[in-house]
Design a protein. Structure first.
Lengths: 258, 317
């Protein structure tokens, strides 16, 4: 099992002044696994993702990805290794068209564009590029809106676009930070069906608030509280864990099923 | 969907621009149009870092001046071949951009603007006092260009045609640049640089490349001005003149190549002709800036293309 660990952290900590957002987190995920991380607001889930993807450096600890130490690597390097994320608040480029957002994600690791002259002087809308984006447009349900400015999309459409962009980067591990937050029921089922279809292809780590949504998707669930992982295991087991239930629902006894 | 008129414009834009500048030549004399052309090249170079990359600089005159002085010095000391001299100007400016770029492009916002201004001041001081034995200090220096084969660059019409040709090349080059993935990346650096890094781009390198290209083109504008005026004075590197190019960018609409040209022409028209009628014409510029900021954030070009169907790529600053 140890051989197939693709991403792991050892003693990962991050403090902002006196406040410790993430404290001594040992986390690992195996290739092909889908894992979820839940926890109350301010538990340090997003900070943990930010550390994994290199948004800021950890105060202590180390991160290994596919056998190599990436603790000090810049975020763009990690993306090129295959560690790709989405953001809690959808982050796409509002000033660009939908298509240009995708073009930008399709280009960086495409062998046709590794030559600088192609990247800098070749048209962004050449057929090779467009065909790369076409499938993503269809999958995200945005083929009618390719020329629209991204700022004109609804929040759910932006979420779909963001996921499509992440997928164009050919991730090995995809980190989804609350992918369902702020979406309507209808949009949630769209995003869930995409996530479901990804489970076989790549390693997934999902942060989510709605625990019930995660149960069907992830094979393993971790619970974060005050910067630490307080429980880990199969979703059903974790949800019945007394510590978890105290943290999540307070002291009162509630049914195991959520 | 792309509308018809922008697509046809894209196809024949160089032709349209050439015709526009020839007509302008008949309208305001060719000698003046040469001035306009050179200024437009400078605005295009400025627009690359301001309009596309979103970094407002108060020190772009430094690179125009470096190009101008390098061209003049090369012409006096090495060779009077105009092509080589201008090339020397471009190379010197781009080299200076490559040296200062790693420091400058680290910063954003006010810091970027002021660091550039600081370097511009240093350059101005060096030209005026520090290296005055080479640059002629306040008096400046003149440059005498030889003939290039049968072409006589002392003929104003020749200079006009030469500058127009160069400008068309620059427009072509910058259009290729801005419609490539690199151009889109520059726009994303303007909007949210850290997000571009999460798409796997080493934005530090790309910002530096854009900066060097921009400084190189600014140096080209400097070299061409020497070809046009045959002398150079410290006013070519004067930091207070940065206002002109910022103004032109705002008038035309930042982040659009055609906007840069439109802004360059508009500014030159105002600064050339308004003083004939109004003594303190700069006041008019101030009022115009207010109008632009409040009602026409996308500039002249952004306003004109607003109704053409294709969404304007971005609004002004």
């Amino acid at each position: 099992m140890a051989s197939s660990v693709i991403l792991e952290t050892k003693g990962l900590s991050k403090s902002f002044g006196d406040f410790t957002a993430v404290e001594m987190v040992d986390y690992s995920i195996c290739e092909g696994e889908s894992a979820g991380i839940i926890g109350p607001n301010g538990a340090g889930k997003s900070t943990f993702f930010n550390l994994l993807t290199g948004m800021f450096p950890p105060s202590k600890g180390m991160i290994r990805f596919m056998g190599s130490d990436i603790t000090d690597q810049a975020s763009f390097k990690r993306v090129s290794l295959g560690l790709v994320r989405t953001f809690q608040l959808v982050s796409v480029f509002n000033s660009l068209t939908v298509l240009d957002n995708l073009v930008l994600a399709a280009v960086p690791f495409n062998s046709q564009f590794t030559r600088m002259s192609r990247f800098m002087l070749g048209s962004a809308h050449r057929d090779e590029v467009l065909s790369l984006c076409e499938e993503s447009l269809i999958r995200a349900g945005l083929e009618q809106k390719r020329w629209s400015l991204t700022s004109e999309l609804s929040y759910g459409e932006k979420r779909m676009l963001e996921i499509a962009m992440a997928l164009l980067l050919n991730p090995k591990v995809l980190l989804l930070d609350e992918p369902l937050a702020g979406l309507s029921e209808f949009e949630i089922s769209d995003v869930l069906s995409i996530i479901n279809s990804l489970r076989e292809q790549l390693t997934l780590v999902i942060i989510e608030h709605k625990i019930s949504r995660l149960v069907g998707i992830v094979e393993r669930l971790s619970v974060m509280h005050q910067g630490q992982i307080i429980a880990e295991g199969l979703p059903d087991q974790v949800l019945c864990d007394p510590t978890v239930r105290r943290v999540y629902w307070g002291a009162d006894d509630q049914a195991c099923e959520t | 969907m792309k509308s018809i008129n922008t697509t046809t414009l894209k196809k024949f834009d160089l032709l349209f621009i050439a015709i526009a500048f020839v007509m302008l030549g008949y309208l305001v004399t060719f000698q003046r149009t040469t001035d306009f052309i050179i200024f437009c090249i400078f605005v295009v170079s400025y627009d690359l870092i301001y309009g596309y990359m979103g970094r407002l600089s108060f020190g772009h005159m430094l690179y125009l001046g470096t190009g101008a002085y390098a061209t003049a010095l090369f012409c006096d000391h090495v060779s009077s071949n105009p092509l080589l001299a201008i090339l020397a100007g471009v190379v010197c400016s781009a080299l200076l951009g490559a040296v200062l770029g790693p420091i400058v492009t680290r910063t954003t916002g006010a810091c970027f603007a002021l660091i550039n201004l600081a370097f511009n001041q240093v350059g101005y001081f060096l030209v005026l006092i520090g290296f005055s034995s080479y640059t002629g200090g306040e008096d400046g220096m003149s440059a005498f260009f030889g003939n290039l084969g049968p072409i006589n660059f002392n003929n104003k019409m020749t200079v006009y045609v030469f500058c127009l040709t160069i400008m068309l090349f620059v427009v072509y080059f910058v259009r290729r640049l801005t419609s490539s993935p690199f151009g889109i990346l520059l726009l994303t650096i303007k909007e949210n640089e850290s997000r571009s890094q999460f798409l796997g781009y080493n934005t530090v390198i790309y910002k530096l490349i854009a900066f060097i290209i921009s400084t190189g083109i600014a140096g080209l504008a400097g070299g061409l001005s020497i070809l046009n005026y045959t002398y150079v004075t410290p006013s070519f590197i004067d930091p207070t003149r940065n206002v002109e190019v910022i103004f032109a960018s705002l008038i035309g609409g930042a982040g659009s190549l055609y906007g840069a040209l439109a802004g360059g022409i508009t500014y030159m028209m105002i600064s050339n002709y308004l003083p004939n009628y109004i003594q303190r014409w700069e006041m008019f510029l101030g009022i115009m800036l207010l109008i632009l900021v409040f009602w026409f954030r996308a500039g002249v070009w952004g306003y004109l293309t607003r109704f053409s169907g294709k969404p304007g790529k971005e609004m002004g600053s």
